[in-house]
Design a protein. Structure first.
Ligand SMILES: [Zn+2]
Ligand SMILES: [Zn+2]
Length: 245
C-alpha cells in the first residue's frame, strides 16, 4: 500500500536527498548538485563507432578512431555515460564497494537512452566477477546495474551465460598481446546457455571501460555463440590524454 503523502514528506524531511558525489542536499534523489554536474563530463556524439572514443570534430555516423581503423574491437560499440574522472570514479567506487548500492539505479537511468536503440531481440548480460570476489563482496555491481536496466526497459537479463573461471592477474607491465591472452583466458561461456545468445543483440554491462580488454574478451565469446551484436554499456569510459589529443 502506498504511504500517504504526509509520511512521504516526513521521510523526505528525515532523509533529504543528497548529491551522490559530494553529499550536499539536493532537490531530488539521484540528482547531482550543480557543481558536481558541471564537473561530470557527459559523453556525446561524435564518437568512434567501435570504441566510443569522442572524436574531435564532426564526423559522419560510423566513423572510427585511428586505433579502431588499425585493429577493430570484437564488440560493436561503447555507450558510456561519462568520462572517467575524479568525480565519476567516486560513483563507480561507491557502487563497487557497496557503500551506495542505490547508485545502480542512477547509472541505469542514464543508460536508458542508449537502450532505446537496441532492437526487440536485446538481452542484458553483465560482465561477471570471479566467484572469490563475489563471495568477498557479496554482489556484482554490473548485475545490479543490469537488473535496474532490465526493470526499466523490459529487456531480459541473463547473468549465467559468461563466467569468470579465474581472477584476472595484475596486467601492469604486460604487453598488449600478453594482456589480451590473460584476459581472454579468464572468461568462459556456459555451453548450455549458448541458445540464449544466438541471434541476440547483447547489452554487455560493465561499470568502467578501461582498456577494453574485458569487454573484448566477453564480446569474443558472445559472438562465437552467435550474438548478432554486442554493445558495451558502462557508466564511465577512461580516455587517456594521449587518446584525447
Ligand atoms: Zn555534489
Ligand atoms: Zn575507436
Amino acid at each position: 500500500m502506498p504511504l500517504p503523502a504526509v509520511f512521504n514528506s516526513l521521510i523526505d524531511f528525515a532523509l533529504p536527498p543528497r548529491c551522490p558525489v559530494c553529499g550536499v542536499t539536493v532537490e531530488a534523489d539521484n540528482r547531482f548538485c550543480l557543481s558536481c554536474w558541471r564537473q561530470l563530463d557527459f559523453l556525446a556524439k561524435p564518437w568512434c563507432a567501435a570504441c566510443g572514443l569522442p572524436l574531435a570534430f564532426d564526423c559522419p555516423e560510423g566513423s572510427l578512431c585511428g586505433k579502431c581503423l588499425t585493429k577493430p574491437p570484437m564488440h560493436d560499440g561503447v555507450r558510456a555515460v561519462v568520462r572517467y574522472n575524479d568525480k565519476s570514479s567516486l560513483i563507480a567506487m561507491r557502487l563497487k564497494y557497496g557503500t551506495r548500492l542505490g547508485l545502480a539505479r542512477l547509472i541505469s537511468e542514464h543508460l536508458q537512452k542508449f537502450a532505446a536503440e537496441s532492437s526487440a531481440n536485446g538481452i542484458i548480460i553483465p560482465v561477471p566477477l570471479h566467484r572469490s570476489r563475489l563471495w568477498r563482496r557479496g554482489f556484482n555491481q554490473s548485475v545490479l546495474i543490469g537488473r535496474e536496466l532490465a526493470r526499466s526497459t523490459g529487456i531480459g537479463m541473463n547473468y549465467n551465460v559468461i563466467f569468470r573461471r579465474q581472477a584476472t592477474p595484475p596486467l601492469r607491465g604486460m604487453s598488449g598481446t600478453q594482456r589480451r591472452r590473460a584476459v581472454d583466458a579468464a572468461f568462459a561461456l556456459r555451453s548450455n546457455e549458448r541458445s540464449a545468445i544466438a541471434g541476440k543483440s547483447v547489452l554487455l554491462i560493465d561499470d568502467v571501460y578501461t582498456s577494453g580488454s574485458t569487454s573484448n574478451a566477453c564480446a569474443r565469446l558472445l559472438k562465437k555463440a552467435g550474438a548478432e551484436q554486442v554493445l558495451v554499456f558502462c557508466w564511465a569510459r577512461v580516455i587517456s590524454d594521449f587518446e584525447n589529443g
